[in-house]
Design a protein around this ligand. Sequence first.
Ligand SMILES: NC(=O)c1ccc[n+]([C@@H]2O[C@H](COP(=O)([O-])OP(=O)(O)OC[C@H]3O[C@@H](n4cnc5c(N)ncnc54)[C@H](O)[C@@H]3O)[C@@H](O)[C@H]2O)c1
Ligand SMILES: O=C(O)CC[C@@H](O)C(=O)O
Length: 384
Amino acid sequence: MYKIATLNKISSKGLERFSDRYTVSDNTSDAQGILLRSQDMHSMALPESLLAIARAGAGVNNIPVDACSKKGIVVFNTPGANANAVKELVLTGILMSARNVSSAIAWTKTLTEDISKTVEKNKSQFAGHEIKGKVLGVVGLGAIGVMVANAAESLGMHVIGYDPYMSIQSAHELSRTVEVSESLDLLLPKCDYITIHVPFMENTKELINEKRFSLMKDGVCLLNFSRDQIVSEADILNALETGKVRKYVTDFPSEKFLCNDKAICIPHLGASTKESEENCARMAVDQMMDYLENGNITNSVNFPNCSLGISTSMNRIAVLNKNVPAMLGKITGILADMNINISDLNNRSKGELAYTLIDIDSEVDEVALKQALNVNGIISVRVI
Ligand SMILES: NC(=O)c1ccc[n+]([C@@H]2O[C@H](COP(=O)([O-])OP(=O)(O)OC[C@H]3O[C@@H](n4cnc5c(N)ncnc54)[C@H](O)[C@@H]3O)[C@@H](O)[C@H]2O)c1
Ligand SMILES: O=C(O)CC[C@@H](O)C(=O)O
């Protein structure tokens, strides 16, 4: 039996995929797997039993990924599974800002009498502009950025994108007519709207700051559906105050934005659609089960993708190790010394980490194997 703990509400469309070999609860003690959405795990003690964490979503900044790598805990996310939901809310944000929708609705709700006359007399204060022909800058051309760029183009916007690490898949999916900028600083002065779609990491912390605001057009609209700390709070508040930024549409409200008329605050709803929650949950559960039952890794953010398909051999050995020279030779040498015959093997690396899956046709003494493989560079060993 495998024990799975959920830290957030995970769609039943995902949870129902667990077979009767699994129990699911919110109790993390003795859990082999954790499923979560945005719950912050940084101050949580990781149970010794934990083998994998699956984030039903894209961002993993709520998970202590480095600590997990050291302990041999594989961290998964669900790339692209919620991208369409975010794209639709970003377009909503652009249109709401262009047509002053949120302030207009708030004003309309204050009306008490003679409503149609008052509306016609005063509506001009909320007159907006069309987005057709306006320039949109998309920072980060991953799953969400590419969808936003393509959709905005089809609404008549001219789109400029920037992503120094764009994947082949994104390059393939991005509309040919989207202009690709060589640098962020060259993109900023050209845009009427700028939308951020990069992950939150050390090098994207306050990516949008005072210096970057100074490069933008006066009256630009900034949209942040990525993470709060990618935009400097003090600097965006100042930019709203001076009028450099006309509107800030954010999925990450804080006290200071709630009382600012120029901020359109959304309560982290980017991924909150039935479809997206189901997609993320299905993908997270499938990846978790394939890892626990077969040792296969798909869409991990710390360990490499590696598969030997469904396990049909007598035993499968899964070794998480450091990506240093001679590891594979060491592992296979130890198996040879134990008179274990290898029938299939896959070894993959990603940055400083590597993973080796080995199918064997014989029984194995798990305790003796783990003892023999307790050598420098090996993080963990599992017999499946
Ligand atoms: N609001 C929400 O509910 C919601 C939902 C999903 C994702 N997100 C956030 O959006 C982020 C992006 O999601 P995604 O699914 O598109 O992820 P993704 O990994 O597909 O795309 C991120 C892109 O950013 C690029 N990038 C990284 N650093 C960059 C930099 N300095 N400048 C420009 N580009 C850079 C990467 O190369 C990648 O192509 C997530 O990490 C998450 O924080 C929020
Ligand atoms: O789970 C959510 O609601 C938000 C997910 C989102 O922030 C993500 O990074 O995928």
